[in-house]
Design a binder for this molecule. Sequence first.
Ligand SMILES: Nc1ncnc2c1ncn2[C@@H]1O[C@H](COP(=O)(O)OP(=O)(O)OP(=O)(O)O)[C@@H](O)[C@H]1O
Ligand SMILES: [Mg+2]
Length: 476
Amino acid sequence: MIADKPSSQRLLPENGHARIEQAIGAFGLLREYFGGAVIVDAQSCITWIDGRYRDLLKLAADFDPVGLPVEEVIPHSLMRRVVETGKPILLDIMRFDDRQFVVCRIPLKDETGKVDGAIGFVFYDNVDYLEPILEKFETLQKQLSRAQAALTRERQTKYSLSSFVGASDVVKELKSQVRRFALREGAALILGETGTGKELLAHAIHQQSDRADGPFVAVNVAAVPEQLLEAEFFGVAPGAYTGADRKARKGKFELAHGGTLFLDEVGDMPPAIQAKLLRVLQEGEVEPLGSNTVRRVDVRIIAATSQDLEAKLADKSFRPDLYYRIAVLAIRIPPLRERHEDIPVLCETLLEQTMRTPGQRGWVLMPEAIRLLQGHDWPGNVRELRNVLERAAALAPSEVLDAAAIRRALPQSSVRPASPLPLAGSDLATYLADAEREAIIAALDATDGEKLAAARRLGVSRSQFYEKLRRHNIVS
Ligand SMILES: Nc1ncnc2c1ncn2[C@@H]1O[C@H](COP(=O)(O)OP(=O)(O)OP(=O)(O)O)[C@@H](O)[C@H]1O
Ligand SMILES: [Mg+2]
């Protein structure tokens, strides 16, 4: 006795009737354990489907799925695989809406043993002994989606444009330039000394752009050995290497698809890789190592370097054609010593990020301490400022960071070597020395580093001025 009336008999294979009925008969016996069943023919087209499976799939009452390829009716069905391999899939899990079901698929064979179809069963999830499997699957799925979300977050940017702090006109101009650039698609090149915030700015450009939801992938060209760079950029086809690493590995270009690829320290790129990179940028395609197929990639390049790229162009260690391609939008971050106005607000931000002991109130940076910081020449730029502030905070006896606290934290070579007095207090001589140093720096700033003009402004002779520069250890 057939439990559910087949939706149609007309397409059943001539010799298939008995066998299928037999199968359905068996199914009828166990019917209460199943949520539905389906039968396909040798072409993986549906020949029969029971009413409960139809309900599960929410098929319209007048829709006849018989004769259709199984995937058109049951998305992600693996019935075709069973027909093609002749191997059953005895235990699998399928999702319909938000419910998981255990499914079982068995090949059907004719009298000669040739596979000429398959039957699939769906088990209800209220079958007790299946519960642990489904629960475990559910847990693994959750873990997987959490890991995927974490990976996506990791690939997204950490900083927005507001993380790039600064009050000077150059920084304001820089930020408005970034806002304009971000809306365009061209490659961007960020130039600046070490520690000026090139990486921070690269994140910010990505975050402002239409690609903000896409990945942000960074490669530090200087940190990857030359012989590994190609694989790092373009990936590796399976089996490209003999030995341990036989698996395929995606390159950074593919990982950045739909987003931004940040090429840090691009000035250190070896010539052979420069040529390959240029080709990828021209053609929008990558070819993984050891593969003979190309993949299209949609990636925006942001490059950065602290090197003098123009000098590298001149001595031919950097290709001009690559330079023009990545320097469509060029941004130069000035060194910190050229923007003293940024120091107070940078200090505020960087100190806020500095660890405090629990219960401690914010750090208080005294005006004379700020002046002292503004007098330093910061070869390591904002990174060095951060380090000095962290050191000062770690060494300070209280929340108040005064000139003495800063002096203790500044690199010794930059602290006035001639100070006749101990570094502890804000005594008159220290105060005067600080003031003199600041005046000299301000004069040099105002005269674009012209020493003679600066000396004149301060009303001292040229030789006196040089002597003071030496004494205050001011690099000019
Ligand atoms: N304008 C800024 N506002 C806030 N923090 C900044 C700013 N500029 C730099 N920093 C901080 O200074 C540090 C160095 O910045 P970053 O790593 O972006 O510099 P970089 O130019 O990439 O340096 P390098 O050339 O050495 O790689 C980071 O901690 C960054 O957050
Ligand atoms: Mg960097």
